[in-house]
Design a binder for this molecule. Structure first.
Ligand code: ATP
Length: 320
């Protein structure tokens, strides 16, 4: 397990990280998201041993990783958000170079990188110049390079940005395979739909601290029950509103033409009983559903202050 506690990073006078906590379980595929400038790259660079934090700790399986940067680098494989500068090497020379950085030489190194290149689908590119590879191939090569020392945790900063849909898909498939093979993976990304499909866990960072973290399924199911209940009323709106206003589970009500949007605190049974009550009171209901939660809606609610204001003033605007 990788555990970050109270991480602080200051650039000049700017507090980029202000007490960040983060917990990545062993074997998790963890999506690290946040708006531009939230502090993702800063956190990842500290995790990769490339930046020093002013305060805080990072432990991998209980071992303090910040105290020993060499050890930290051995534990972490890092794929940056830009490609390195070794374009005039062939793929095999490139891999040999990185293997030697981790004291892997000769046959051991060759065996290791050949297997990794096969894993990322570049086994037939050994003698190609890195310069001549497509962007997607370079990204896959970077992935193989980051795994050369078999790190406990693989961290990728925006691994699919700038890639076409097919290459994005290929990179995602490789990550899924690595995860299935037991590797702990942290990915930062802005593509939320991609993360919800790929990741087991998620952490949302805003203004240098973690605002929400946990298992994706748990988060989405919590969000679903806090989502509005949308009731389409075909006839007898007045009666419907009177029932809703006096219902103990109804917090706010707003109208969207013939739809009533209700913040409803009850469970599935309360929902069913409310529908029954409306029907028994001759309200003609032709639609009744909980709005589905998505990772996008969680992200927007937590990080977009405009959105928060709109939600808060919801009932006031409708005058109820
Ligand atoms: P993005 O999604 O845009 O890549 P991010 O979440 O990765 O953003 P960081 O790159 O970690 O955010 O930056 C966090 C904050 O720290 C930003 O406001 C950024 O401008 C600032 N920052 C980052 N690096 C430096 C630096 N070397 N010097 C000064 N400020 C910096």
């Amino acid at each position: 397990m990788l555990e970050i506690k109270g991480l602080h990073k200051i650039y000049g006078k700017y507090h980029a990280l202000s007490g960040l906590d983060m917990r990545v379980e062993t074997g998790a595929l963890y999506g690290f998201v946040g708006p531009n400038g939230a502090g993702k790259t800063t956190t990842i660079k500290i995790m990769a041993g490339l930046l020093r934090a002013e305060e805080g700790s990072i432990a991998v399986d209980g071992v303090d990783a910040l105290a020993d940067s060499r050890r930290l680098r051995a534990m972490i494989g890092y794929v940056p958000d830009f490609f390195g500068v070794y374009d005039n090497l062939t793929v095999s020379e490139y891999m040999e170079f990185f293997a030697s950085c981790y004291h892997l030489d000769g046959l051991v190194a060759r065996k290791r990188y050949t297997a990794l290149l096969e894993q990322v689908g570049l086994e037939d590119k050994l003698d190609f110049y890195v310069d001549g590879l497509s962007r997607g191939m370079k990204q896959r090569l970077c992935l193989a390079r980051a795994l050369i020392h078999d790190p406990e945790v693989l961290i990728l900063d925006e691994p699919t940005s700038g890639l076409d849909p097919r290459t994005r898909f290929e990179v995602r498939e490789i990550l899924k395979e690595l995860h299935e093979a037991g590797k702990t993976i942290v990915i930062s990304s802005h593509v939320l739909s991609e993360l919800s499909e790929l990741c087991t866990d998620i952490g949302i960072i805003d203004q240098g601290h973690m605002v929400l973290e946990g298992n994706i399924m748990d988060i989405l199911s919590r969000v679903n029950t806090s989502n509005p209940l949308v009731i389409s009323v075909f006839a007898n709106m007045e009666k419907a509103l009177a029932i809703l206003k006096s219902h103990p589970c109804v917090q706010t009500i707003s109208l969207r033409e013939k739809e009533v949007c209700v913040r409803f605190t009850g469970d599935a049974q309360d929902e069913a009983l409310l529908l029954q009550q409306l029907i028994d009171s001759d309200v003609l209901v032709n639609g009744y559903t909980r709005e589905k939660g998505s990772l996008e809606s969680v992200f927007m609610q937590l990080t977009d202050r405009e959105e928060e204001r709109t939600v808060v003033s919801y009932d006031t605007e409708s005058g109820m």
